[in-house]
Design a protein around this ligand. Structure first.
Ligand code: ADP
Length: 495
């Protein structure tokens, strides 16, 4: 779609009504104190967000449970459920720009990226799982001839989804769409700083014909609303994207409550590895800048560790720095902006803390390192490149989730592989080389869910996003995601 600045500006000027909770198809105030929603663009107060208490969450989960038990969704003919999800995708498409603008005002992603990555990808995801839902078959097992052993795939029941703020619609859809497609009920908990578009999504779902109670949304603080959801005895499966610290807590809540299954996507510290024999070092430098700086580094698969062969290190870093300097940081609603705002002041301060620690530990700051555009009242940071980062440094080991790139040289393939695997994470990776055998060796040797070769960050709904090591478990996207939302049941019939 072609975007025009005047339409974006008009949409951005619209006031936003105080946001409520969606429980059992009804919009309700939360029992907690409403929370202010501050826009990262200029720090202004946009609206308020309802804060769901433990009681509100219990009501949402009970509504989801009741909707599941009476079969109003799971027993609908697959073709009818499919039509509803297609209708939802059409409604998202109808609202692409309003949804994208609302999301940008809430979370700070640049509008050019948000249009495709948020409503664009959410619509595509709902269509993909709408099409998938009547292509999932049961099985007949090859057992002895006097027995019929049938393996059914059944919906799990109530799915709780707790999602983050960087791509709320995209990540929300990755969880809600397959969960609904398989006939489950859902209670969704968006992040405090990116709830507005997901509330609108739920409104559109009702309009599309998802029955009341099947898709509920509770907003509020993670430690109150999220915790109550994760402790709920009514939740069968919990799906999450966010930090490792919260992921650990969720497993504890599961153990303390009903042993609900937890699927966690916990981010990364993904290595982008450039060999001297890369087909085009200039193109690799530009791609390396995009890999870390798009969405201000607030991307779980960001290429946040650049490993470069020593013989081309200086030249490569200089080209990368040049490319980064050309990326315009600014108001995310402006079409000329390439790097929008950092989501919150807390996040910005955390990013700056990483840079300060890196400098103290011996890293050299090549470009950036500081806050910018402070006069706007918003939260912006210059793209930052730090060289000489060593495996024992904090910047090497911990996810910043900001526009900060750690650069480390290596001398040969064995060292590159050792450095690549030297963190607790294992989400994504990139390898740049024209040596085919080396490319395959690296793909085999790197422990991560995806390895990009001579590109970085390519993705599609048809391929899984899955973490290894402490980046998480289970897969979002693709047909593999469906496994999280079904139980296997065997019917063993004596003939
Ligand atoms: P980030 O550091 O990227 O904000 P978090 O893991 O803190 O990541 O947040 C991701 C999601 O987890 C958000 O929706 C947040 O509200 C929720 N959350 C945070 N803490 C908890 C908690 N203790 N229990 C349940 N959910 C939580």
């Amino acid at each position: 779609m072609t975007l025009d600045q005047a339409t974006i500006d008009r949409l951005a000027a619209a006031p936003v009504a105080p946001a409520k909770l969606l429980i059992n198809g009804e919009w309700t105030e939360g029992e907690g104190e409403p929370m202010p929603v501050l826009s990262p663009i200029d720090g202004s107060r946009m609206t308020t967000l309802a804060s769901a208490s433990a009681g509100d969450v219990a009501r949402a989960c009970a509504a989801a449970r009741a909707a599941f038990e009476d079969g109003r969704w799971r027993n609908m003919a697959p073709a009818a459920r499919k039509a509803v999800l297609h209708r939802l995708a059409d409604l998202i498409d109808r609202e692409t720009l309003p949804l994208a603008v609302l999301g940008v005002r809430d979370n700070g992603t640049d509008i050019g990226m948000a249009v495709k990555a948020e409503p664009g990808s959410a619509a595509q995801t709902f269509r993909y799982y709408a099409e998938a839902l009547d292509k999932v078959y049961g099985e007949i097992a090859p057992v002895q001839s006097n027995v019929l052993a049938m393996i059914h795939r059944e919906p799990v029941g109530v799915v709780a989804a707790i999602v983050p703020w960087n791509f709320p619609l995209m990540i929300g859809a990755w969880k809600v769409a397959p969960a609904l497609a398989m006939g489950n009920s859902v209670v969704l908990k968006p992040a405090e700083t990116a709830s507005l578009t997901l509330l609108r999504l739920a409104e559109l779902a009702l309009e599309a014909g998802v029955p009341p109670g099947v898709f509920n949304v509770v907003t509020g603080p993670g430690r109150v609303t999220g915790e109550a959801l994760a402790l709920s005895p009514d939740v069968d499966v919990l799906v999450f994207t966010g930090s490792g610290a919260t992921g650990r807590r969720l497993l504890q809540y599961s153990a303390q409550s009903n042993l609900k299954r937890c699927y966690l996507e916990l981010g990364g510290k993904s290595p982008n590895i450039v060999f001297a024999d890369a087909p085009d070092l200039g193109a690799a430098a530009k791609a390396a800048a995009m890999a870390i700086f798009r969405n201000a580094g607030q991307v779980c698969v960001a290429g946040s560790r650049l490993l470069v062969e020593a013989s081309v290190h200086d030249r490569f870093v200089a080209e990368l720095a040049e490319a980064a300097k050309k990326m315009k940081v600014g108001n995310p609603l402006s079409l000329s902006t390439q790097i929008g705002a950092v989501n919150s002041l807390t996040q910005l301060e955390g990013n700056l803390g990483f840079v300060a620690d890196a400098a103290r530990e011996g890293g050299e700051i090549v470009i950036g390192g500081g806050r910018t555009l402070e006069e706007t009242g918003g939260w912006y940071m210059d793209p930052t490149v730090v060289t000489n980062v060593q495996p024992q440094h904090r910047l090497y080991q911990q996810e910043v989730f900001g526009p900060v790139l750690a650069v480390t040289p290596f001398t040969d393939e064995a060292e590159a592989l050792r450095l690549a695997n030297a963190t607790e994470f294992g989400l994504a990776a990139g390898v740049w080389t024209s040596n085919l055998s080396r490319a395959h060796r690296m793909v085999r040797g790197i422990r991560s869910g995806v390895v990009h070769v001579n590109t970085y960050g390519g993705a599609d709904i048809t391929v899984p996003l899955s973490g290894t090591k402490q980046s998480g478990n289970g897969a979002d996207k693709s047909m593999h995601a469906l496994d999280k939302y079904v139980d296997l049941k065997t019917a063993w019939i004596q003939l």
